[in-house]
Design a protein around this ligand. Structure first.
Ligand code: ADP
Ligand code: MG
Length: 447
């Protein structure tokens, strides 16, 4: 059977296609009697994915015709510790959905997660530009902006947005070849291609996509071979008017260890930022997320959570999950009281994260001076000593750098901060009163 199958594809495909995709496949025996499962072994993931997307249903129907019964095909990657000649042992089961339509396979191999859509992406000032750009690109891939470059801090919705684009493009055109890939995964694909000398297949795969979504591209920093491969893929896709979308935690020019030619190319299309959401938007997100769990969230509750969790959307979601879980656990509806109780630990931890303003205020109050004197130019001992104390404590209790601390004290030099820290430590050893002040202040600040 397999020989006739090979023969069929040899006639059907051109030599390069045949040699790239079909010839390297190996069939792990079909039992003539009652065996209904067949394993096809591919030399690497690219071949596997390609065969899965393009050939498997054809192979399956030929087999079913030949044996006159239903046959399940499973694709696996060859055991990579052996020379891929004939392999009986198979290590990784990568895909095993051959009987489904290739439409379904397209979606699976694209790595898209259908939970991330534009519908459940809350819009506000912080992300409206990014969202508008994303929708335009999703509606006319390859022709609006190429590439679309989305950047912003952690947990602000970059992955959600890039996935939503993929999902919308897929919904509009089920034949589109889409691939979502996290940059770290792309790096390991390059390493793999190296190890298995499969750069040709790697290229054919990535260069033939209609839409390539690369998430967190900052991971390419310092990885030269990856950048080179990506440079080729990028050029090939853009030239063919295929859409490329990239996310990153920073602006292209600020990615460390990224080649200049990539930096400049990233700016060819549209570059948009996602900012941290403001209070009302955080409230809207909470209400939306609760809705998805079939819960109507009281506005007071939503405001309480949104006021206290300011860092990013992921943390916001985490807090909401805690509240939901707690209310389910004690079998009571969500009230403000219950919310406070559920978030007690979380908020305590947060309060312990001490800000420099907090330190300045506490120290100023303690020594009965004005906060503004902390960053004034005054050098008299009654001001200078508390100021040194505050600097020393800031160095101790925060993760700020010396220049950052200096900046917060009226733009002072980092050596001034260092000097203040040393001075206080010396005095603590020689002057019990100073040591007592220091310990008391730390105690107050840590709560
Ligand atoms: P990033 O990739 O920027 O680190 P994610 O896309 O993973 O952030 O977002 C973190 C979580 O927050 C996800 O669950 C996502 O659905 C949610 N999220 C972020 N922004 C929004 C938004 N505007 N509306 C709804 N959910 C959001
Ligand atoms: Mg992300």
């Amino acid at each position: 059977f397999w020989l006739s199958c090979l023969e069929h594809f040899r006639n059907e495909l051109n030599a390069q296609q045949f040699n790239t995709w079909i010839k390297p496949l190996e069939l792990e025996g079909i039992n003539q009697d009652n065996e209904t499962e067949v394993i096809l072994i591919a030399p690497n993931r690219f071949v596997l994915q390609w065969v899965q997307d393009n050939f498997i249903s054809h192979i399956k129907s030929m087999a079913e015709e030949h044996f006159a019964r239903e046959i399940q095909f499973h694709l696996k990657i060859a055991d990579q510790t052996k020379i891929p000649n004939h392999t009986k042992t198979v290590k990784k089961v990568i895909a095993s959905t051959p009987s489904q339509q290739s439409k379904q396979n397209k979606k699976t191999s694209s790595q898209l997660n259908s939970n991330f859509t534009f519908d459940n992406f809350v819009t506000g000032k912080a992300n409206q530009l990014a969202r508008a750009g994303a929708i335009q690109v999703a509606e006319s891939p390859g022709t609006a902006y190429n590439p679309l470059f989305i950047y912003g801090g952690v947990g602000l919705g970059k992955t959600h947005l890039i996935q939503a684009i993929g999902n919308l493009v897929h919904d509009n055109n089920q034949q589109a070849k889409i691939r979502y890939v996290h940059a770290e995964k792309y790096v390991s694909d390059v390493v793999n291609a190296y190890q298995h000398k499969s750069f040709d297949q790697f290229k054919v795969y990535y260069h033939s996509l209609d839409l390539l979504l690369v998430d967190d591209v900052q991971f390419f920093g310092g990885k030269n071979r990856t950048q080179e491969e990506f440079f080729y893929a990028f050029n090939a896709l853009i030239e063919a008017h295929k859409q490329v979308i990239i996310t990153c935690d920073s602006y292209p020019k600020e990615i460390s260890g990224l080649e200049e030619r990539l930096v400049s190319r990233f700016g060819w299309g549209l570059t948009v930022a996602i900012e941290p959401p403001e209070l009302e938007m955080r409230v809207a997100i909470l209400i939306k997320k609760a809705e998805q769990e079939k819960i109507t969230l009281d506005e007071h509750v939503a405001f309480f959570i949104a006021k206290h969790i300011r860092s990013n959307v992921r943390e916001l979601e985490g807090a909401l999950k805690r509240v939901l879980a707690f209310s389910r656990f004690i079998k009571q509806d969500i009230t403000l009281e219950i919310t406070k109780e559920a978030l007690k630990d979380l908020l305590a931890v947060q309060n312990r994260q001490i800000s420099i303003e907090n330190i300045q205020k506490t120290v100023a109050d303690y020594y009965k001076i004005k906060v503004s004197e902390m960053y004034s130019k005054k050098r008299s001992r009654v001001i200078a000593r508390p100021r040194q104390m505050a600097m020393a404590i800031a160095k101790e209790l925060t993760t700020l750098s010396l220049p950052d601390i200096g900046e917060a004290f009226g733009g002072r030099d980092h050596t001034t901060v260092l000097h203040g820290h040393r001075k206080i430590n010396e005095l603590r050893a020689s002057d019990p009163a100073i040591n007592r002040d220091y310990t008391a202040l730390i105690h107050i600040l840590r709560g």
